[in-house]
Design a protein around this ligand. Structure first.
Ligand code: SAM
Ligand code: SF4
Length: 488
């Protein structure tokens, strides 16, 4: 089928009840303009609100964005970490990206997969090939969670997405001391209809992720050509409303930083969070803040005039943490190791490792993987290395996937997070799943660093949660003898 016809058919499907956006551009610009030079006592008040895990207002967020004094920024960074600790303690969740296809009918100026890019070799993996990828990810590296990524194309329609998610969950691989398996597949794909989303809900996806890329409508319409499906700003803006309507209540939003002014995008993410909270009683499960990276034969990806430097990147991550205190925050391997080490303590909760973003590159050793990649990765260190560094810095890596399997999703998890109760389950599950990983996959050096963290966690559980301590020990000892997938 010719691309033009594919696009026409897809655009014809776009019919939905929402006609007005909820991004009030004039309101955002006014907030940014009228909240210049906030005084220190005003900032203190705002930081107290973040610490009580309440979402900030647009004016409060604009005040933080406009801070000039480096000392106040330092205080904000420390508060961001405190907020993260209050909700998520010292846990970091790790995952791997899994790209299954680079066929795409869209033509986003910044993306290596755009349809006009003739330098990219197009591939869509078969179910058998998908399973081979999982054998490496779950059997050799030890991942339990994925973000599965798809272009937008009839070859990767909802039936393909559903059958690949099912295939992923079926692969079980014998490991050193147990069984390796992917237990949660989050999905990053194009916006869908409510019916399609219901299909994904049925096969049991984790978080449904769609990034708005830019909340600034004029920029959006420039970087997403109008004769493409993705050119429709509102169809994308309401992707998460449809997900909620379909019962997919764990949603991940994001902006691609580098397309427009970062200050505006942070306000856009806040407006999106407030809108979801107001309409559905549940905000985003995660916020992502990828920065534009160079992509093969894609000049725009290196010359945008809104590229975000490292200082501004620190600022925007800090403000997102403070503005939406309950949300998970994902720092990806687009960033290099040094930057990741610097940015993580600003309140990030999830990160990927051992990442490969070519199609089929976990199981095949391709000579020119970049010919199938969307952009270039900044950090290709192994999961073992990343976990060791985290452990040496006092973090416990959690492979917990219990939340959605116990029905702790959407508004249920939001309420638990806000009052700190979800943290109890998470602390127990982090210890059990980290034990599994150390016994199945860790190098000797990483194991040594990990043991110290586990020991400290177990002591804390004994002190802080005496009622749960005996149950933890029972599950822990069973895990040590090779039982797998015990969770609270
Ligand atoms: N095709 C789907 C879509 O566009 O929503 C989902 C997959 S797309 C491969 C995932 C995300 O990658 C996009 O939403 C975009 O934010 C990000 N991305 C695209 N090009 C990028 C680049 N050059 N550098 C960094 N991130 C990029
Ligand atoms: Fe396709 Fe997504 Fe890349 Fe746009 S960002 S070209 S929709 S894969």
């Amino acid at each position: 089928m010719k691309t033009a016809q594919l696009i026409k058919e897809n655009i014809a499907e776009i019919d939905f009840p929402y006609k007005d956006g909820f991004i009030d551009e004039a309101g955002i610009n006014n907030s940014l303009r009228h909240n210049q030079n906030p005084d220190a006592s005003k900032i203190d008040e705002i930081l107290q609100k973040s610490l009580s895990i309440e979402t900030l207002t647009p004016d409060e967020t604009a005040c933080l964005i406009n801070v000039k004094d480096p000392e106040i920024w330092e205080k904000m960074a420390q508060t961001a970490l405190e907020v993260k600790k209050k909700v998520y303690d010292n846990r970091i969740v790790t995952f791997a990206p899994l790209y299954l296809s680079n066929h795409c009918i869209n033509d986003c100026l910044y993306c290596g997969f755009r349809r006009s890019n003739k330098e990219v070799q197009r591939t869509t993996l078969s179910i058998e090939q998908v399973k081979k990828e999982i054998e490496v990810l779950a059997g050799e590296i030890g991942h339990k969670r994925l973000i599965v990524v798809y272009g937008e194309h009839p070859k990767t329609n909802v039936d393909y997405i559903a059958s690949t998610i099912e295939a992923i969950s079926q692969v079980k691989v014998k490991t050193k001391n147990g069984i390796g398996q992917i237990r949660r597949s989050n999905v990053n794909a194009a916006p869908m209809t409510v019916d399609d989303l219901k299909t994904l809900k049925k096969v049991g996806i984790g978080t449904f992720q769609v990034f708005q890329e830019t909340y600034h409508r004029k920029t959006y319409e420039t970087v997403h050509p109008q004769n493409t499906v993705k050119g429709n700003y509102l169809w994308r803006l309401y992707a998460m409303h449809r997900a909620m309507e379909a019962g997919c209540d764990d949603v991940g939003i994001g902006a691609l930083f580098g397309l427009y002014d970062w200050k505006f995008e942070v306000m856009g993410l806040l407006y999106h969070s407030l809108e979801l909270e107001e309409k559905f009683g549940v905000g985003p499960h995660t916020i992502s803040f990828p920065r534009l990276e160079p992509a093969v034969n894609t000049p725009f990806s290196s010359d945008s005039s809104y590229m975000v430097g490292n200082d501004d990147f620190r600022k925007l991550v800090t403000v997102i943490r403070l503005a939406v205190p309950y949300t998970g925050m994902i720092l990806t391997a687009r960033e290099n190791a040094k930057i990741r080490k610097d940015i993580l303590p600003l309140g990030c909760t999830q990160t990927d490792a051992s990442s490969k973003i070519g199609i089929g590159t976990y199981s095949q050793n391709l000579l020119q993987p970049h010919r199938k990649e969307q952009f270039t990765l900044g950090d290709t260190r192994s999961l073992d290395n990343v976990i060791r560094e985290l452990a040496e810095n006092g973090y416990i890596t959690s492979f917990c996937t219990a939340g959605y399997r116990c029905g702790r999703t959407g508004d249920k998890i939001m309420d638990l997070l806000k009052c700190g109760k979800e943290g109890h389950f998470c602390k127990l599950n982090a210890v059990i799943t980290f034990r599994e990983w150390l016994d199945d996959f860790a190098s000797d050096q990483t194991k040594a660093a990990g043991e110290k963290v586990i020991e400290k966690e177990i002591l804390e559980i004994e002190k802080q949660m005496p009622g749960w301590y005996p149950k933890l020990l029972e599950a822990y000892n069973k895990t040590k003898t090779g039982q797998r997938d015990i969770y609270f």
